[in-house]
Design a protein around this ligand. Structure first.
Ligand code: ZN
Length: 93
């Protein structure tokens, strides 16, 4: 017997899953839901492509920044850097 098709996730949820996939491996259920959505939604497919492209260049970018750090006068004060990192860490909880 054919199973009834799962309810399609919204673009908002698809975006959330794409973002989540940058941080951790998606569960099988999440992968299937996202794949099904991407199969029918061109907007999210484009979004996914851009995320993949960014993920590809990001390591090179980080390496370049580490190798050629900006001059101190262009850097944020250490306190500000720490504050930003703390806020970023808090958001992923
Ligand atoms: Zn969509």
């Amino acid at each position: 017997m054919k199973e009834k098709a799962q309810k399609m996730i919204s673009c908002k949820i698809a975006a959330k899953l794409m973002s989540l996939s940058c941080e951790r491996k998606l569960t099988l259920k999440e992968q299937i839901a996202l794949k099904a959505h991407l199969a029918v939604c061109e907007t999210c497919r484009n979004c996914q492509r851009q995320i993949k492209a960014l993920q590809k260049i990001l390591p090179d970018y980080i390496q370049a920044v580490l190798r050629f750090p900006p001059p101190p006068e262009l850097s944020l004060p250490l306190a500000a850097q720490k504050r930003i990192l703390k806020n970023l860490a808090a958001q992923t909880d």
